[in-house]
Design a protein around this ligand. Structure first.
Ligand code: TXA
Ligand code: MG
Length: 340
């Protein structure tokens, strides 16, 4: 049975450190989503992560470190562009690919020579890294292919029955979408393998026009490069999700009875949303009335989870929002959730 841990209680916190030292995974909060953490250099601990999440071994794990100095023994080299990105965005929601040393087990990277590293910002996760002085691998604390948890209670629902022993409380996740995964291709080109809580525009602002940013088209390079990005991901457990990329073309298929038993979910109260919300939906959810991406993004997974549990709702209809800023990551998650 899983226990919910108060990180400010000294004896509860020692229990967490003890579990991690014994190679047992623990759920820890990060600023993006809750993660299922275990010592990254300890292969049996990694095996437990895969078992608890029911995660296939082809899907690599992100390794969390305090800072660049704690990454040195895990990677063969740190290029100037890696340094620049880490200086600008660590701690924070950026996972960077590096060539790994043998300190990182092949199990962690699914056999790849590349390891994704990130320095989380959340104080509780950082405390675990400081106290252990070891890197922690942590995938999102959900069962494979399900919605990522942004609250301790979500992680309890997902992984409590799967044999995880402790779930550390850290409040609702500030950002609510996973980190952006980036591979440095050369000193003038980077590849966003997974859009996430750090927007492409924000990266471009820091790197300037001399560095080209390539973003994978859905389901192409991204899947080969970042094997965990299977099409069907973040799927609501019970309800079918329809992602409407172009309302004008897709709309006529809908009957009024479908609308009455469905939920409409819009990231923003934009013009499409204002038009379609007039229909007699069972539920309408708008994540940001003022169309602010940082206001909408933290609510995405939580809202999908609650609509999935809502008995009035049989289907969930999501309207695509503008791809700018965090819209790109939100649309990516909605698109994947629709591909069940
Ligand atoms: O925000 C986050 O990144 C959260 C928190 C807990 O840190 N973690 C997270 O991990 O989202 P996960 O396992 O749910 O997603 C990690 C994804 C993998 O599915 C894969 O697509 C990509 O990151 N990834 C990890 N390591 C990689 C590697 N070595 N090469 C390519 N892609 C990698
Ligand atoms: Mg995940």
């Amino acid at each position: 049975m899983a226990v919910l841990i108060d990180p400010n209680d000294a004896s509860q916190w020692s229990f967490v450190l003890e579990l991690l030292s014994q190679g047992k995974p623990v759920v820890l909060p990060t600023e993006t989503v809750y993660g299922l953490a275990a010592v990254a250099t300890h292969e049996p601990a990694l095996a437990q992560i895969f078992r608890i999440k029911e995660r296939p071994h082809f899907d690599p794990l992100i390794v969390h470190v305090l800072d660049v100095s704690h990454a040195r023994h895990l990677v063969t080299k740190i290029t100037p562009l890696h340094e620049q990105l880490a200086r600008a965005f660590w701690p924070g929601p950026l996972s960077l690919l590096f060539e790994k040393t043998e300190q990182v087990p092949d199990l962690c990277t699914a056999g790849s020579q590349w390891v994704a590293l990130r320095s989380p910002e959340h104080a509780v996760f950082r405390r675990a890294l400081k106290d252990l002085q070891k890197p922690l691998a942590a995938p999102s604390a959900n069962r494979f292919g399900r919605i990522s948890p942004t609250m301790a209670s979500h992680a309890l629902t997902e992984l409590g029955p799967m044999g995880v022993e402790a779930i550390v409380h850290g409040g609702p996740c500030r950002l609510g979408l996973e980190s952006t995964v980036v591979k440095v291709l050369s000193q003038t080109q980077i590849h966003i393998l997974r859009p996430g809580s750090l927007s492409r525009e924000h990266i471009a602002e820091v790197l300037g026009p001399k560095v080209e940013i390539v973003v994978s088209e859905q389901g192409h390079g991204m899947q080969m490069e970042s094997p965990g990005l299977s099409q069907s991901h973040y799927a609501p457990r019970k309800k079918k999700l329809h992602f409407v990329e172009n309302p004008l073309e897709q709309w006529f298929e809908w009957q009024l009875s479908d609308v009455r038993s469905s939920a409409l979910l819009c990231a923003y109260a934009d013009s499409h949303c204002e038009t379609y919300r007039q229909l007699p939906w069972a539920v309408v959810e708008v994540l940001s009335q003022s169309c602010i991406d940082t206001e909408a993004a933290p609510k995405v997974f939580q809202t999908l989870r609650s609509l999935d549990e809502n008995n009035k709702v049989q289907k969930i209809v999501v309207l695509k929002c503008s791809d700018s800023g965090l819209g790109q990551a939100m649309n990516d998650r909605f698109r994947r959730a629709s591909q069940k």
